[in-house]
Design a protein around this ligand. Structure first.
Ligand code: SF4
Length: 305
């Protein structure tokens, strides 16, 4: 993972700031998690996206399942997931995920996927099957789904919300000005429309989004993005530091390392704008300590906040 600050010639101009240092993870727990995923033929976005928190999360028995294979039909310029022509949909996958959740006794699970523009329902059906499978084996487990935009197809969003996940997340990833370059096959306004429609359709779920900083955005653009999310009905938000997943030409370069103090400012602004929960920090990722966000939102809702 090329996490250093480089100039346009690729010359390293700054090492990784100290706030990225992490504790040594529980390797035995990680091996156990990895073995159970491999035995079940399952993928995790933790591995595919080279997440810096894998050690910490797996050490705590938390992982994000990636369904619908590990090859994406899109090529976002911040993402380390393989892109190309995906394989067919595995009808056994929903049950395999549910069995792994049961075997690991997970109380909170996040399910995400690559984009599958090659499928008529863009994968919405597999999400629905996976939610039902987990519920049938582990009715107490809370389920968060992090979805692609399904091209904002109303029937896909309706099917997904009807399966009643507890949290539905769709990431904006970056500010409006940078969106066409950062995620060429996605669209800023379309993603806002997806979040708005999810809010209308989902009677009980919390709506969540996430974005990265360090791609060249300004603070004013970050605030504008948070205002757009509040207007779209978003309850929860994650903000993290962009780290280049490698040196491939496709990957954008880190433009700046945002300080923990600045992340704290973003959190304050987000809360003041009306977001129920904001997780903001250099190592924060979409499903990082996800259950904490859910609990905070749930308590606030119960207390009528
Ligand atoms: S849609 Fe973009 S972010 Fe999502 S897996 Fe594909 S390339 Fe990565």
């Amino acid at each position: 993972m090329a996490c250093l600050l480089e100039d346009n010639t690729g010359t390293v101009v700054a090492p990784l700031p100290k706030w990225f240092r992490q504790d040594i993870p529980d390797m035995a727990k990680i091996r156990k998690m990895k073995d159970s995923f491999r035995q079940a033929g399952l993928h995790t976005v933790c591995e595919s996206a080279l997440c810096p928190n894998l050690g910490q999360c797996w050490g705590r028995g938390v992982a994000t399942f990636m369904i619908l294979g590990e090859i994406c039909t899109r090529a976002c310029r911040f993402c380390g997931v393989k892109t190309g022509r995906p394989a067919g949909v595995d009808p056994e996958e929903p049950r395999q995920v549910a069995l792994a959740v049961q075997q690991l006794n997970l109380r909170y699970v996040v399910v995400t996927s690559v984009a599958r523009d090659d499928l008529a329902d863009e994968g919405a059906g597999q999400f629905v099957q996976t939610i039902h499978a987990i519920r049938s084996l582990m009715p107490q487990t809370r389920i968060e789904v992090l979805i692609p935009d399904f091209s904002n197809q109303p029937e896909c969003l309706a099917r997904l919300t009807a399966a009643r996940p507890d949290v539905i997340s769709h990431n904006m990833e970056t500010v409006r000005r940078l969106s066409p370059d950062v995620r060429p096959q996605a669209d800023y306004e379309r993603s806002l429309a997806v979040l708005r429609n999810l809010k209308k359709l989902a009677s009980s779920a919390f709506i969540k989004s996430g974005f990265m900083v360090g791609l060249g955005e300004t603070d004013a653009e970050v605030t504008e993005l948070m205002s757009d999310l509040v207007a779209a009905g978003c309850d929860m938000l994650t903000i993290g530091q962009y780290l280049a997943p490698g040196r491939k030409k496709r990957y954008l370069r880190v433009q700046r390392f945002v300080s923990p103090e600045k992340f704290a400012d973003y959190k304050t602004i987000g809360r003041e704008l009306g977001l129920k929960h904001v997780m903001s920090g250099p190592l924060v990722r979409s499903s990082y300590i996800a259950e904490e966000g859910y609990r905070e939102c749930f308590e606030k809702t119960v207390n009528g906040e």
